[in-house]
Write a protein that binds this ligand. Sequence first.
Ligand SMILES: Cc1cc2nc3c(=O)[nH]c(=O)nc-3n(C[C@H](O)[C@H](O)[C@H](O)COP(=O)(O)OP(=O)(O)OC[C@H]3O[C@@H](n4cnc5c(N)ncnc54)[C@H](O)[C@@H]3O)c2cc1C
Length: 382
Amino acid sequence: MEWKNKADVVIIGGGIIGSATAYNLAKLGRSDVVVLERGTVCCGSTGRCGAGIRAQWGTEMNCRLGIAALDIFEQLDEELGMQVGLNQGGYLLVAYTEREFKNLKKSMELQHRLGIKTKTVSLAEAREICPALDASDAVGFTYHARDGHADPFLTTFAFVEAAKMLGVSYFRHAECTGVTVRNGRAVGVDTTLGHIDADIVINCAGPYAQVVASMAGVELPNWGDRHEIMITEPVAPGVCPSMLMSFSGNYYIQQRPNGSIICGMSPAGHPQDFKLGTTWRFMTEMSRVLNKLLPVTRGIRVVRQWSGLYDMTPDGSPIIGETDVKNFYHSTGYSGHGFMLGPIAGRILAQSLIGNKPDIDFSMLDYRRFARGELIVEPNIT
Ligand SMILES: Cc1cc2nc3c(=O)[nH]c(=O)nc-3n(C[C@H](O)[C@H](O)[C@H](O)COP(=O)(O)OP(=O)(O)OC[C@H]3O[C@@H](n4cnc5c(N)ncnc54)[C@H](O)[C@@H]3O)c2cc1C
């Protein structure tokens, strides 16, 4: 594709956030959009994630975003004209202490107020939801049947293709190397393929968002946090149709439609740098947890393990909005939940950029909240 020297909007990053934002802008009529991706679509956190989707959150903002994202996911195949691999087997959250169960129930009250139909379930009911489960040491469970998972590649590719049909241009292997600021406004971007003028620049660079922000002199408090994950060979499909997750147990476990199991945890002391890599320690600890929870997995083989970066903020909540540099926007800091929030995050930022009232008021996700000390601390994360 021929390089463009000018666009209305330049988006940096071709993961789920950049792609959903590009699609939504074009859908709302602002289609002179260029997406710059320094690698290939989905080469970042999106293509490395566990792909869980849930509305069981502990802050009002995340609950609102989570249930709105589910509403979008449920009709996304139709909207984008491609399958996104949505599987709504629910999320079964497992508490191992009375205190943790109390916190889950407190979150559930908030969820109920916001129309999210989470319920508590007994061990026997949990075993009906997930027949292979051995969690006799658990104190309690909450379950939301509409939660689940989707395919991160299919979902992102669907946004990309739909965006391109509406006129969006994608440039791969195009690294943003500088953001041009004139009189306090972002007016363009330097890249390895050349310069491009822009009326609006949006930073969707995931764990590298603070690096891109600094190109315009903006300091974001984000950091990249390495998380490991692995996939096993298949066991009988349907042994664990729901996503299993525990905050104190420090795991999430998902069974793919073919029977393979994807699982991840956050070992203590995981490095906060940009390096990727895998460890023996993760695989042995994760296997132990998996074998205990789903004894049917004992003796099966791990097919692949990999790692990716959570794009962390000090409160575990995203940063969406403009910065002190005018026309320079950020949609970043989604920590371990940016895949699921991508469709709604893309929609609300696009709505606000074209001057419409966003479906969800996201002004509290402004990056200045950290300086003000107004943190939105999400308790329900691993
Ligand atoms: C192991 C793991 C498990 C996870 N599990 C889940 C889960 O179950 N559910 C969930 O919702 N989320 C999960 N996440 C989090 C989720 O992956 C992220 O929040 C989400 O993918 C962020 O999307 P993004 O588009 O912001 O970032 P990315 O997908 O990282 O996209 C950013 C893109 O920007 C590009 N880029 C960076 N710098 C530049 C530059 N200078 N110029 C051009 N391009 C640039 C990168 O190459 C990258 O492709 C998980 C993450 C990991 C690592």
